[in-house]
Design a binder for this molecule. Sequence first.
Ligand SMILES: NC(=O)C1=CN([C@@H]2O[C@H](COP(=O)(O)OP(=O)(O)OC[C@H]3O[C@@H](n4cnc5c(N)ncnc54)[C@H](O)[C@@H]3O)[C@@H](O)[C@H]2O)C=CC1
Ligand SMILES: O=C(CO)COP(=O)(O)O
Length: 349
Amino acid sequence: MVLECRGGMRHNRPMSEPLSTLAVIGGGAWGTALAQTASRAGRSVCLWAREPEVAEAITTRHENPDFLPGVPLEPAIRATSDLAQALEGAEAVLVVCPAQALRPVLAAAAPHWPSGAPMVLCAKGVELGSGLLMTEVAHEVLPTVAQAVLSGPTFAKEVALGRPTAVTIAAADPALAERLVSALGTRTFRPYAANDPVGAEVGGAVKNVLAIACGVVEGLGLGDNARAALLTRGLAEIIRLGRALGARPETLSGLSGLGDLILTATSAQSRNFSLGFALGEGQSLESLLSGRRTVAEGVPSAKAVVALAERHGIEMPICAAINNLLAGAHDVAGAMEALLSRPLRAETD
Ligand SMILES: NC(=O)C1=CN([C@@H]2O[C@H](COP(=O)(O)OP(=O)(O)OC[C@H]3O[C@@H](n4cnc5c(N)ncnc54)[C@H](O)[C@@H]3O)[C@@H](O)[C@H]2O)C=CC1
Ligand SMILES: O=C(CO)COP(=O)(O)O
């Protein structure tokens, strides 16, 4: 079956005109949920899924049983596994692939990128090896494309079901953030405009590692005090790294930082929290990752975040303990011991 995605003629719109046609790159749970909310906001949406069977299920059966089962999708959403088709005529592109796949996916998209269309980076992570944030990776691949970051406390299924949700849309250019807020906002999907994209992405990347830590503590049955301590000291790690990278503290304590940390690190709906919980109960990382199709971004990002912190001379002991656990350098008891044996010190150090 040929799946067509035609958003109209390729053209550059003046910055003030509304964005009517969007491409969503990524057919996982979050790309599908964002396509759903954009379609409900009245946008014409074409989604690119890597798997042809996912594209076909979305277009013909209006569902994504592989990555977002049980949620009826808007019939108007079109999907394709052809990147060129997905991008044709798009006035903005939401990039929603896993963080470690961002570089190759953007490189494949680059020859087909619609002239003048900004990108909205929606993945949460830090690139392994380079230690680059998503905006930095994207800038290396597509240096002339305007960027925004969409991040916040957002379980995909709740968004797709239309449950009330607030997010941050951050762009260095405030006019771009406002246009995206207008394009995506609805009564229940409520984007807040911001102009600190780095702050928005640091919170989203680090909270996944901290969610694994909270899951471990829960799986070990260490209690509510321990979880509260991890959340608070975890936020201190987000703020320390964010400041070093030029983020503003108020962004880190907003929706994309503290908000997402609270959501992800306290809910069994989170893949990162659940993975940590299973590790705390004694399951092996290998068994948890084998055959898995969904992402737990905290796993690759732990190593990248710790390397980034070392490069900036910042202490991130919770992230370091999780990195050691995931790398097999410590078992669960060893990772806890590394945290509990740290010297006592002033809270604000
Ligand atoms: N699921 C959620 O509730 C939310 C997810 N996010 C973020 O969105 C990003 C995407 O996550 P999900 O949509 O949840 O994914 P998912 O776990 O539902 O599905 C995995 C997706 O990754 C794709 N994929 C796997 N390997 C790939 C590769 N090498 N190249 C290109 N694509 C590949 C698969 O085709 C599939 O679309 C992640 O960074 C995640 O942290 C952000 C907010 C909410
Ligand atoms: O980013 C998310 C919620 O904001 C999704 O978290 P998980 O990837 O841990 O499920």
